[in-house]
Design a protein around this ligand. Structure first.
Ligand SMILES: [Zn+2]
Length: 410
């Protein structure tokens, strides 16, 4: 019995797998609208009455029909009618497009001003404070990611180019790259880059490198979890805080997450001395900060190291400048979204710099951040680790400014 069954099975398989029978089985699958009926539609319009499809499938499928040309030639045989219907195929191939005569630039004109001159000059000029005026741009393409790993917010569109803000906060026209449209869940901001490495570990490891690696890993994880994600930079180049913020405001993500790793030499600490900075007077920023803090601390709890930390800064806090607004530009300049800035671990501490040189630690941090974002999006968890905010009176330095900034190749 078993042997007979096997023989029958083999015969069935053989029949089912022969190239010739593939076309025939397709006729049986006419009921399935997703199967390619084009080959048979022409051959047996009378028999199967190919549901409503007699005309349209030929047209829509004609592009693929050219790819399977050998099959189509064998089909006409069945009926004489088929011969006549098959002839139109080539013609149908030329005129099948549902939107006929795809005139010059339907999509571009919809979002574009027709010429470069149409972009108001005032729209392109920095004011006396070195700031661009609020963007008047309302097009669909919010930013462009270039092959060189630059992500540039769009401020206007010409017939063939985008007016963008460069990493050094200049304006330029570019005509290539991946168009980024909204909406966006998370914009990840790897701090520093290029000739601004941020903190540097005793082992030579640059904070800018670690920040980017964690950001890339987090992006991968978030994409797997179904979020839409972008980075403020995909390569090792400098980006001003003004451009990072401009990009955030252009993309309007649900969350703007700036990733840093700490510098300085505070004292020994029993656990990783992570600091998370949140926006003033923004409960959702605080809540996200509190959840991120919990996840990072939990992720590193089992890691053995000679940690360092500063008791007065450890935890989640806002930091105010002398003007009474957020100290950090990426938080201050993005008031219409939930923004936080993380300083996980101290790269300036040799033990922690050596840890950060190991991929599994970066992956651990990225997983913790992804978990935290999941919790922020999906729960009402309040987070924890909140400490008093502080007014910062010192000098933050010129990092992230436009001075001496040289734009990378696009
Ligand atoms: Zn930093």
């Amino acid at each position: 019995m078993r042997a007979l069954g096997l023989v029958v099975l083999v015969v069935i398989l053989l029949l089912g797998c022969t190239p010739g029978s593939r076309g025939v089985t397709a006729s049986g699958s006419n009921s399935d609208p997703t199967s390619p009926p084009h080959v048979l539609a022409a051959a047996e319009p009378a028999t199967q009455a190919v549901p409503t499809a007699t005309g349209s499938p030929i047209a829509t499928s004609s592009p693929t029909a050219t790819a399977v040309a050998p099959v189509t030639t064998s089909v006409p045989q069945p009926s004489p009618v088929a011969a006549t219907t098959t002839i139109p195929l080539p013609a149908a191939a030329t005129a099948p497009d549902p939107t006929p005569t795809p005139d010059p630039t339907p999509t571009t004109t919809a979002i574009a001003t027709p010429t470069e001159a149409a972009i108001p000059a005032a729209h392109q000029a920095l004011d006396e404070h070195g700031e661009l005026p609020p963007s008047l741009y309302t097009g669909n393409v919010l930013a462009v990611r270039t092959g060189a790993g630059v992500v540039a917010p769009v401020r206007g569109v010409t017939a063939d180019r985008y007016l963008v803000v460069t990493p050094c906060y200049n304006l330029t026209l570019i005509n290539g790259g991946l168009a980024i449209t909204g909406p966006l869940d998370v914009l990840i901001d790897p701090g520093h880059g290029g000739d601004e490495p941020g903190a540097v570990g005793p082992n030579g490891l640059k904070e800018s490198t670690v920040n980017l690696l964690v950001a890339e890993s987090l992006r991968t994880e978030l994409l797997l979890r179904g979020y839409s994600v972008e980075l403020t930079r995909y390569s090792d180049h400098r980006v001003t805080i003004k451009t990072r913020s401009e990009l955030a405001n252009a993309l309007a993500p649900r969350v703007f997450l700036s990733i840093h790793h700490n510098g300085g030499f505070p004292g020994p600490f029993p656990v990783a001395g992570t600091e998370v900075f949140v926006q003033l007077n923004n409960p959702e920023s605080a809540r996200l900060g509190g959840i991120v803090f919990e996840e990072i601390q939990a992720a590193f709890a089992s890691v053995e190291a000679d940690w360092v930390g500063a008791a007065n800064n450890f935890g989640v806090a806002w930091r105010q400048n002398a003007q009474g607004t957020d100290l950090y530009g990426v938080l201050r300049r993005t008031p219409n979204m939930v923004s936080i800035l993380t300083e996980a671990m101290f790269i300036s501490n040799k033990a922690e710099a050596d840890l950060l040189a190991q991929p599994y630690i970066l992956e651990t941090e990225a997983q913790a951040l992804a978990e935290a974002l999941d919790r922020w999006f999906d729960t009402d968890d309040p987070g924890s680790g909140f400490v008093d905010g502080a007014v910062f009176k010192g000098d933050l330095g010129s990092g992230g400014g436009t001075g001496g900034c040289i734009d990378p190749e696009f």
